[in-house]
Ligand binder design. Structure first.
Ligand code: KIV
Ligand code: ZN
Length: 525
C-alpha cells in the first residue's frame, strides 16, 4: 500500500514510561543497573522522551533518574512529580544533568478522585494545577501536565484545567485514561473536544496515556492521535499498573504497517523492538505472553498445515510484516500435529535429511503419531525420529504393540506383539520391573544368547512430555552392538532400543554366514 511522505505535522512523539509506570506495577521492579541498561536501549532505539522514574518516591528512584539523565544521548529525560513543591523540586534535581529534560507533573481531576483521593474541591484542584505547572516551569521550559483520571473528568472542568495549565506554561497536555475505561470513539471525541474548545490548545502538544484494563489501550491511543494528539505514552511489552499501558511495539508497528489508514510516523527503529522486549522481560522477570502482538514468541510462528503450506509458497499469505522488520531473525514453522507433509519435508531439508519414497512416508506417519502425543515437536525430536527411521529401515523384527502393567502391585507384566519377517507374534512375560518384563518378552519371541551390557536413558528435550532416548548395548560371541530407541514413553523407547540392537546382531550374523558360505563354495569349487 502506498504511504505518504512523512511530514512534521504527522510525527508522533514516543514517550516511554517503562521505567516509571511500567516499573511501578507489582513484581516488575528493576535494579539500578537494569534501569540504566533499559534506558540506554530506549535512547538508542529512538524513543523521544524517557520517563525514567518518580524521583520523590525513593532514594533508589532518584538515583536512577539522576544517572539516566547523566548518561542520556538524544532522548529527553523526564521525571514524574505530584503537585507539591517538594515533589517538583526533587524531580528537577534528578533530571538536571540531562542534555534535555522534562518535568511531568500531574493531579487528579475526576470527581471520584478529587472527592475520595485528594479530598479537595474542584476550585482547590484548579489552583493547584496553576501552582504546579508554574513551579515546574521555574526549573525547565519543558513541562508536561497530566489530568489524572482525565477520561472520567467532567468536560467543562477539564477544559478549564487544561487552559490554565497551558497558560501557566505547560508545553504538553496529557489526558490519561488512568483506569482503562474509555473506548476509541469516546477518546477520539475527548481529545477533539479539548483541542476545539480550549482557546489556547494550539500552544501545547496533546498526549495520550492509556491503560489496558479493557484491552483497548493501543486502539484508544491511536484514536487519540487521529483526533490530533501527537505524543503517545507507552511501555515496552505493555507493562504497567494492573493490565498495563499501551504497548510501544504495537503502536509503532500499527503506524508502520497500516500507514495507509494511520498516516503518522515515529522515530523508533523498529528492528530493535524484539531486543527491547527481551531486555525488559529479563530485567523485570515478567514473561511476555506467547501470543503477544509483535514480540510474543508465536508472533511469527506458524503451526497449522494450511498456514505452513501458504507460508512456504509466499510469506505474505499469513504475515502482515516481516519478522526482520521487528528484529526477529526468521519466521518459524513450529512442527506439531497441525503440520502438513510440505512443512515436514521442508523441516527435514533444514535439518539436512533427504528422505524419499517409503522412508519419507513412514517418517511422516511416525511424526504425526508423535505429534498427537506430544505438545511441541522440537528439531531434536525430529532428528531422533528420522535417525531411528533410517536405522530401522531394514530391520527384520519390528515392534507392533506393547502394553505394560507397572506400579507397586507387581508383578510387572509386558504384553508384546512383534512383526518378525512380516508375521505377527505375541507373548506375555513378567519381570523384576517393567523394563525387565519387556526384555523377557523380547527374549521369548526372539530367542538369543546376547548379553545386555548397557542400558541408558536420557531425555531428548525438556518437559515431562519429552521424548526419552534409550541406548542398549548387546554382546554376542565377543561382538558388541549398540542401538538407540526414542519415544515419549520410556518403556516403548526401551523396547525399540533392545530390538534395534538385536536387529543389528541378526544382520551381522547373516552377513557372517553369507561370507562363510562364499568361502565354503570357493573351497568346494
Ligand atoms: O495513569 C495515569 O494517570 C498516570 C499519570 C501519573 C500520568 O500514570
Ligand atoms: Zn499510568
Amino acid at each position: 500500500m502506498a504511504s505518504k511522505t512523512p511530514s512534521d505535522k504527522d510525527r508522533v512523539v514516543i514517550f516511554d514510561t517503562t521505567l516509571r509506570d511500567g516499573e511501578q506495577c507489582p513484581g516488575a521492579t528493576m535494579t539500578h543497573e537494569e534501569k540504566l541498561e533499559v534506558a540506554e536501549l530506549l535512547d538508542d532505539m529512538g524513543v523521544d522522551i524517557i520517563e525514567a522514574g518518580f524521583p520523590i518516591a525513593s532514594e533508589g528512584d532518584f538515583a536512577a533518574v539522576h544517572e539516566i539523565a547523566k548518561r542520556s544521548k538524544n532522548a529527553v529525560i523526564c521525571g514524574l512529580s505530584r503537585a507539591g513543591a517538594k515533589d517538583i523540586d526533587r524531580c528537577a534535581e534528578a533530571i538536571r544533568p540531562a542534555k534535555r529534560n522534562r518535568i511531568h507533573t500531574f493531579i487528579s481531576t475526576s470527581p471520584v478522585h478529587m472527592k475520595y483521593k485528594l479530598q479537595k474541591e474542584p476550585h482547590e484542584v484548579y489552583e493547584m494545577v496553576i501552582g504546579q505547572v508554574a513551579r515546574a516551569r521555574k526549573h525547565t521550559d519543558d513541562v508536561e501536565w497530566s489530568a489524572e483520571d482525565g477520561t472520567r473528568t467532567e468536560h467543562d472542568f477539564l477544559c478549564r484545567c487544561v487552559e490554565a495549565a497551558i497558560n501557566a506554561g505547560a508545553t504538553t497536555i496529557n489526558i490519561p485514561d488512568t483506569v482503562g475505561y474509555t473506548v476509541p470513539e469516546e477518546y477520539f471525541a475527548l481529545i477533539d473536544m479539548l483541542r476545539t474548545r480550549v482557546p489556547n490548545s494550539d500552544k501545547a502538544r496533546f498526549s495520550t496515556h492509556c491503560h489496558n484494563d479493557l484491552g483497548l489501550a493501543v486502539a484508544n491511543s491511536l484514536a487519540g492521535v487521529k483526533a490530533g494528539a501527537r505524543q503517545i505514552e507507552c511501555t515496552i511489552n505493555g507493562i504497567g499498573e494492573r493490565a498495563g499501558n499501551a504497548a510501544l511495539e504495537e503502536i509503532v508497528m500499527a503506524l508502520k504497517v497500516r500507514n495507509d489508514v494511520l498516516p503518522y510516523w515515529t522515530g523508533i527503529e523498529a528492528t530493535m523492538l524484539t531486543r527491547a522486549s527481551k531486555l525488559v522481560s529479563a530485567a523485570t522477570s515478567f514473561p511476555v505472553q506467547y501470543n503477544k502482538a509483535i514480540v510474543g514468541r508465536n508472533a511469527f510462528a506458524h503451526e497449522s498445515g494450511i498456514h505452513q503450506d501458504g507460508m512456504l509458497k509466499n510469506a505474505q499469505t499469513y504475515e502482515i510484516m516481516t519478522p526482520e522488520s521487528v528484529g526477529v531473525k526468521q519466521t518459524s514453522l513450529v512442527m506439531g500435529k497441525h503440520s502438513g507433509r510440505h512443512a515436514f519435508v521442508h523441516k527435514l531439508e533444514e535439518l539436512g535429511y533427504q528422505l524419499a519414497g517409503n522412508q519419507l512416508e513412514d517418517a511422516f506417519v511416525r511424526f504425526k503419531a508423535l505429534a498427537d502425543r506430544k505438545k511441541q515437536i522440537y528439531d531434536e525430536d525430529i532428528e531422533a525420529l528420522v535417525d531411528e527411521e533410517i536405522a530401522t529401515a531394514h530391520d527384520r523384527v519390528k515392534i507392533v504393540s506393547l502394553t505394560v502393567i507397572a506400579g507397586t502391585m507387581g508383578p510387572q507384566t509386558a504384553t508384546l506383539t512383534l512383526d518378525i519377517d512380516g508375521k505377527h507374534v505375541t507373548t506375555q512375560s513378567t519381570g523384576n520391573g517393567p523394563v525387565d518384563a519387556i526384555f523377557n518378552a523380547i527374549h521369548a519371541l526372539v530367542p538369543h544368547e546376547a548379553v545386555l551390557e548397557l542400558y541408558q536413558v536420557h531425555a531428548v528435550t525438556e518437559g515431562t512430555d519429552a521424548q526419552a532416548e534409550v541406548s542398549v548395548r548387546l554382546s554376542e560371541s565377543g561382538r558388541s552392538v549398540t542401538a538407540r530407541g526414542a519415544d515419549p514413553d520410556t518403556l516403548v523407547a526401551s523396547a525399540k532400543a533392545y530390538l534395534g540392537a538385536l536387529n543389528k546382531l541378526m544382520s551381522r550374523r547373516n552377513k557372517a554366514s553369507a561370507a562363510e558360505r562364499r568361502i565354503h563354495s570357493q573351497d568346494v569349487g
